[in-house]
Design a protein around this ligand. Structure first.
Ligand code: MTE
Length: 335
């Protein structure tokens, strides 16, 4: 575990967003001033209106062992430039192309906001925007983030553990799973109003975790990145981050969290169950039917020609912390 001081790169934020938003987002950094120790956990359907993920590297279906130089392996430790994190997004509510969320989400109104936590628990709660920012001690966690499309980033998130939120509502013994739901507001989210723009997904976007996955200390409710509140395209005002799972589990702009007894439906599993499982743990030995998951393209400051292909790690490098959750399970059946 490596302790890092908060990044100074926040000053460059004024270049990527308007000044008032920049001022508002700086408040979070100020609040983090004495809390912000970073943590690098370093163990080790198509456009015809059905949504599909695309592997943008044209990686051929293959699991052959690749050879990596030390330089390439070092790429694992480089933080992704903030400008890439906020401009290369998957947020289908604002368009299915990587550049669209940053363009189409800029006027997304996140305050006021309501997040309800309810279901199989003793005391349901509803949190306001201010609660999300102020109710919990915020910390910075630098996590690897691996998309199922075989690209990846290293992102300094700010947030609090989902466990600390769930503990507040006191889950009862029937709470076996946690279901998450994104805001449904087609007036603000053009992808929800157009099947073409929104990639054919049935909205609202939904996700789920098993209760022990939800309570794992790595599971983060994120309200910020790079020392500031989340930009809309990254899931403002609050999103989930589950670093050992493919990125589609990390649902954005959450309005409802429900403790439930049965495994809840999840958006990508509903669309293509053979391609996207409920678990979606990063697994280099279980290929996607259309491409290999053995390696990934780490997004760095370089362009498309940069040598940045690196091997994918089991559980995205967090096996020490989470592999025990899946003991006795066949991970190629429960993908
Ligand atoms: N959450 C919602 N509501 N809608 C989405 O389209 N995309 C998912 C996930 N959460 C998505 C979402 C996918 S596929 C990925 S890879 C990550 O968000 C991308 O997060 P990022 O844009 O912050 O990198």
């Amino acid at each position: 575990m490596l302790i890092k001081t908060p990044q100074k790169s926040f000053l460059r934020e004024s270049a990527v967003t308007d000044e008032s938003l920049f001022q508002e987002r700086r408040i979070l950094l100020k609040k983090m001033g004495f809390l912000g120790a970073g943590t690098l956990l370093s163990s080790a359907g198509s456009n015809k209106v059905s949504a599909r993920f695309f592997n943008d590297d044209d990686v051929k279906f293959s699991t052959q062992k690749l050879h990596y130089s030390q330089d390439e392996l070092n790429v694992h430790l480089i933080k992704t430039p903030e400008q890439k994190v906020v401009s290369h997004n998957n947020f289908y509510e604002f368009g299915a192309k990587k550049h669209q969320p940053a363009e189409l989400a800029q006027h997304f109104n996140v305050n006021p906001w309501q997040l309800t936590v309810s279901g199989e628990c003793d005391k349901s709660i509803t949190l306001s925007y201010d609660d999300l920012i102020n109710m919990f001690a915020l910390e910075e966690r630098i996590y690897r983030f691996r998309c199922v499309e075989a690209w990846s980033m290293v992102i300094p998130w700010i947030g609090f553990s989902l466990a600390s939120l769930l503990t507040k509502v006191a889950p009862n013994s029937k709470a076996k799973y946690v279901a998450f739901e994104t805001l449904y507001d087609p007036k603000q989210m053009p992808g929800q109003a157009s099947r073409f723009l929104g990639g054919g997904i049935t909205y609202p976007y939904v996700e789920g975790l098993r209760i022990d996955e939800a309570m794992n200390p790595l599971t983060l409710m994120s309200v910020g990145l790079y020392g500031k509140t989340l930009p809309p395209q990254n899931g403002a005002p609050i999103r989930l981050v589950v670093p050992w799972k493919y990125g589609f589990k990390s649902i954005k702009s959450i309005v409802a969290i429900k403790l439930v007894e049965q495994q809840p439906p999840t958006t990508w599993n509903r669309l293509a169950a053979k391609e996207y499982g409920f678990y979606a743990n990063v697994n280099p030995t279980h290929d996607h039917p259309r491409w290999s998951q053995a390696s990934e393209r780490r997004i760095t400051s370089g362009g498309l020609l940069t040598r940045n292909r690196i091997p994918t790690l089991a559980f995205n490098g967090y096996a020490e912390e989470v592999a025990s959750l899946y003991q006795g399970m066949d991970l190629s059946t429960y993908y």
